[in-house]
Ligand binder design. Structure first.
Ligand code: HEM
Length: 652
């Protein structure tokens, strides 16, 4: 009986197995489970087992590195090493240029532990760091698209958009073709006059600061701020024809985004993609930035349309600066070879970012190096004064490109500054397919980190004095400065080398020559030598320098100008236009376009428009014609006096 029941049960089960409906539903369940598990398994593979397997594959080829942490990659260890270096080293001696251990301490430590070429992790993405010059040259000079740009950190992508620095493939070719003519020799020559003009204004301000400091004939000046401001003005005027104020507003937003980008580098990569407070702030900043740049574009388009209307419908151009060139090939929609509105905006962001801080950094560190090497400062000054002798125009130096090309020592100092303090300390590429790189199998997607700062201190390539300031190594040109003709990487190499390098060098030469011809520089006791990496290489707590008038230098150009505010009985002492800071202290507030007498309550009611400055006829001619307007009517107040002539005073 029992056996019979058992047989019946087995039979029923067999019948169940045979039932097609039941077996399909089983299959479906299995498939559902697999569908659920598959992404999990893929994610686990990508984030946990894959990196470990890859690390083992690299290790078999002799490439090792810090261990992989789930999701965060090498970030926790990098952060620990950075914090440790910050705590340990308060400051370096100002004569020490071996800055990499405090600049990028994580890479310095890992290179010491694992060798010239090692593996680290940007989240789950493998990255090869190499200070092997042969390997790096292979990456940078590739023209087949094997190594692409990929900025990875979303903040940086937002900061630069898909501009020339970030773009790849056909997009990059199209953009480069449009932009390249903006940097031809003739255009750069014409830019140098604008650079000289802006520098002249800055040196005048310094001159007055020194005057007010009394008998010492010296003043402590935060040159990092002054030079940052100067290069902002220059890139704004040269590339976009904007006012200093507009350029400063754009730069302010960009610097805020840049700070966020630097902070993101040490954060766990997963945070890059989440809608954190930080990331939302970046989006907001970008929106503001785009609005500002759009306004600059629209103003240019309006000017062109107005010119065209005035000339009877034909003619009118967007101008021959960078913005003008881009607008000539601009079309609101994507069309063959043309740039769209978004692309023009991205390029504007790119050039504000690439053209300002890099050159400012070069000039600031060159001033630092000349302050700490007074013999070199003297030699370069002699060269400058010798070349400019007899070529001064009314006391102003407006260096021509011919003269600049003869400033050999200054050029050598700038190159040595770029070698020791490269603004782009390191750059990177990403392998677009599996590749064998100097015998190493590198899988697709691997990042190649190129530490320019480390490569340019390699004693095997640059000699035993690689960490010392020795401009003489460049006496026979860049290609003869080291054992390898392509060892100088500050502007990178190959097809993606810096498009603005000639302009940057000319700008730095003009600024440095004008400063050295008027002032001597020495380091302030309050300077702290602790360079930091904030996407470019900047001094940690500013660069205060003691700036002294040279005994033989011409006196300040724009002297104190006693004037009478017409219509009132008030006499105010103020300086005009270029000397805003002293004017403020003398009791007047000067807006670039307006001057307000403040040393008497009644005078508060007046604004003086300085015509010469409004017409951008700077340096302003004497006599200067001004008008007085009633401030209480608001900013657009009507002129309330006849033009008043101010004459140049005898001396400062
Ligand atoms: C001392 C000053 C400068 C230094 C050290 C410098 C350095 C560099 C470096 C290293 C690169 C390669 C970046 C990479 O491969 O990821 C680069 C690219 C670039 N730089 Fe400069 N730069 C300087 C000034 C300028 C100026 C003044 C401009 C423009 C006004 C500029 C515009 C660019 C652009 C657009 C690129 C991308 C080029 C391309 O990929 O086709 N740079 N720069």
């Amino acid at each position: 009986m029992r056996n019979c029941r058992k047989r019946k049960y087995i039979q029923t089960c067999r019948e169940d197995e045979k039932s097609p409906g039941t077996s399909v539903s089983g299959m479906v369940a299995v498939l559902q489970l697999a569908a659920l598990l598959a992404p999990l398994l893929v994610a686990l593979w990508r984030l946990a087992w894959g990196p470990r397997a890859l690390a083992r594959a690299f290790a078999r080829q002799g490439i090792r590195g810090p261990s992989y942490t789930f999701l965060a990659g090498s970030a926790p260890e990098a952060k620990r090493l950075v914090m440790d270096a910050r705590r340990r080293v308060a400051a370096l001696d100002a004569g020490c240029h071996d800055i990499m251990p405090i600049l990028l301490p994580q890479f310095h430590r890992w290179a010491a532990d694992y060798g010239r070429t090692f593996l680290f992790w940007i989240g789950p993405i493998p990255a090869i760091f190499s200070s092997d010059l042969e390997l790096i040259k292979e990456v940078l000079t590739d023209r087949t698209g094997l190594f692409a740009k990929d900025f990875m950190i979303p903040v940086l992508k937002v900061l630069l958009g898909n501009g020339l620095i970030v773009a790849n493939g056909d997009d990059w070719k199209r953009h480069r073709k449009v932009i390249l003519p903006a940097f031809n020799h003739e255009r750069i020559k014409s830019m140098s006059a604008m650079v000289a003009e802006a520098t002249e204004r800055m040196t005048q301000r310094w001159c007055h600061q020194i005057q007010r400091s009394g008998a010492r004939q010296a003043a402590e000046i935060e040159v990092d701020r002054a030079i940052g401001d100067l290069t902002t003005e220059i890139i704004g005027r040269v590339a976009f024809g904007t006012s200093h104020e507009e350029a400063s507003e754009v730069m302010l937003l960009m610097h805020q985004m840049q700070e966020m980008g630097t902070a993101a580098m040490l954060a766990a990569p997963i945070l890059w993609f989440l809608p954190t407070r930080h990331n939302r702030a970046v989006r907001r900043l970008d929106k503001l930035l785009r609005t500002k740049i759009t306004a600059i574009m629209e103003a240019r388009v309006a000017t062109k349309n107005k010119d065209a209307t005035n000339s009877g419908g034909c003619g009118g151009s967007y101008g021959d600066d960078l913005l003008g060139l881009m607008l000539e090939t601009w079309s609101p929609e994507q069309q063959d070879g043309r740039l769209t509105s978004k692309e023009v905006i991205d390029e504007c962001k790119t050039f504000f970012a690439a053209g300002q801080e890099t050159t400012a950094t070069l000039i600031i560190w060159a001033m630092f190096l000349l302050s700490t090497h007074p013999q070199w400062q003297e030699r370069v000054r002699e060269e400058v004064l010798h070349e400019f002798r007899g070529k001064n125009h009314g006391g102003d130096i407006v260096p021509s490109t011919d003269v600049l090309s003869r400033l050999k020592l200054l050029h050598m100092v700038l190159l040595e500054t770029l070698r020791l303090y490269p603004p782009a300390v390191y750059i990177q590429r990403k392998a677009t397919s599996d590749v064998v790189l100097k015998g190493i199998n590198v899988p697709q997607g691997t990042v190649i980190s190129i530490p320019i700062g480390t490569l340019q201190r390699d004693k095997e390539v640059w000699g035993a004095d690689a960490n010392e300031f020795n401009p003489m190594r460049f006496k026979n040109g860049v290609s003869k400065a080291a054992r390898d003709p392509n060892a100088f990487l500050s502007f990178s190499l190959g097809p993606r080398a810096c498009i603005g390098q000639s302009f940057a060098i000319i700008e730095a030469q003009v600024v440095m020559a004008m400063i050295l011809s008027k002032f001597s520089l020495s380091l302030s006791p309050s300077y702290v030598h602790k360079p930091k990496y904030a996407l470019s290489l900047v001094p940690n707590r500013g660069m205060p320098l003691v700036v002294r008038n040279l005994p033989e230098a011409a006196p300040c150009e724009c002297a104190e100008t006693p004037y009478t505010c017409a219509g009132t009985a008030i006499r105010a002492r103020a300086r005009l236009g270029l000397c805003m800071q002293p004017a403020r202290e003398a009791g007047a507030y000067i807006h670039p376009k307006k001057l307000i007498c403040m040393d008497h309550a009644k005078a508060m009611a007046y604004t003086i428009y300085i015509y010469s400055i409004m017409k951008r006829a700077v340096p302003h001619p004497w006599p200067t014609v001004i008008n007085i307007v009633n401030l209480t009517d608001g900013d657009d107040a009507a002129v309330t006096s006849d033009p008043v002539k101010l004459h140049q005073p005898a001396a400062c």
